[in-house]
Design a protein around this ligand. Structure first.
Ligand code: ATP
Length: 213
C-alpha cells in the first residue's frame, strides 16, 4: 500500500528548509509520495506577500525533477480560511481510509498545534512527523492537552507509521537549515542575494517576476 507525506505551508517563497524537511522525512519513513500543499487563506497568520498563482508556480518549479514530490492544489484557490482537518478530510476521501498519511510539521509548528481548529481530530486523519531542532526544547513547550496526546501517541519506530493509517506521532532530527521565508523576503527587499537559499528555478522565477522587491 502506498504511504503519503504532506507538507503544508505558505511557501512565500518555498526554500531549501522546506525541501530538506520533506526529503528527509520521506526517506526516514519510507514514503512513496509527498504532497506539497500551499495554503490559500491561512487562518493563523496575515495574508501571504505573493499571490497564490506565484506561490504555486514556485512550488511547482522547486519540485520538478523529484519523482516523489507532487504539488497539491487542494487549498490554494480557496478564498475562505482553510483548516487542515478539512483538507485532510478531502484527501482521505480521495486516497482512501486505509492508506497512511503523515503530516510533516516543524517543531515550532507542532508546539502550536493546540491552537489549530479541531486539532484533536487530526489524529483520526493522519500521523504527525515532527522535525526537531537541536536546542529547541520541544517537550517544555507543549501545552498540557497537547502533551497528553503526545505522550500517548509518540512512537520511536518509523514502521509504525506505515502499518496504520493515522494516530501516531514521530519525531526526527533533520539537517538544520536556518532559512525562513521571512528572511528571504527581507533580503530581497534589501537588495541582497538569496542564491543558494532557494532552488535556482525559484530564484529565476523570483527575479523574472520581481517578487518581494
Ligand atoms: P515564514 O518565515 O513566512 O513564516 P517559513 O519559512 O517558516 O515562512 P512556512 O510556509 O510557514 O515557512 O512553513 C511551512 C512548514 O515548514 C512549517 O511546518 C515550518 O515549521 C517548516 N519549516 C519552515 N522553514 C523550515 C526550515 N528552515 N527547516 C525545517 N522546517 C522548516
Amino acid at each position: 500500500m502506498k504511504a503519503f507525506g504532506l507538507l503544508g505551508g505558505t511557501f512565500d517563497p518555498i526554500h531549501h528548509g522546506h525541501l530538506r524537511l520533506a526529503e528527509e522525512m520521506a526517506e526516514a519513513l519510507g514514503l512513496d509520495e509527498v504532497r506539497l500543499l500551499p495554503t490559500g487563506t491561512p487562518p493563523h497568520r496575515s495574508a501571504p506577500a505573493a499571490s497564490a498563482i506565484h506561490r504555486l508556480a514556485m512550488v511547482q518549479r522547486a519540485i520538478t525533477g523529484n519523482p516523489r514530490f507532487r504539488l497539491d492544489t487542494h487549498e490554494i484557490h480557496k478564498t475562505v480560511p482553510c483548516y487542515m482537518v478539512d483538507t485532510l478530510g478531502e484527501l482521505r476521501a480521495e486516497l482512501g481510509h486505509d492508506v497512511p498519511i503523515v503530516l510533516f510539521l516543524g517543531a515550532d509548528a507542532f508546539a502550536g498545534l493546540a491552537r489549530w481548529h479541531d486539532w484533536q481530530r487530526l489524529f483520526s486523519l493522519c500521523h504527525i512527523a515532527v522535525a526537531e531542532r537541536p536546542g529547541y526544547d520541544l517537550d517544555s513547550r507543549l501545552p498540557p492537552e497537547l502533551d497528553a496526546e503526545h505522550s500517548q501517541r509518540r512512537t520511536a519506530r518509523a514502521q509504525d507509521l506505515r502499518t496504520a493509517p493515522c494516530g501516531q506521532i514521530y519525531r526526527l532530527a533533520i539537517t538544520q537549515l536556518d532559512i525562513s521565508a521571512t528572511g528571504i523576503r527581507a533580503r530581497i527587499a534589501g537588495h541582497r542575494s538569496v542564491r543558494y537559499l532557494v532552488p535556482d528555478a525559484v530564484l529565476d522565477y523570483l527575479q523574472h517576476h520581481r517578487l518581494y522587491q
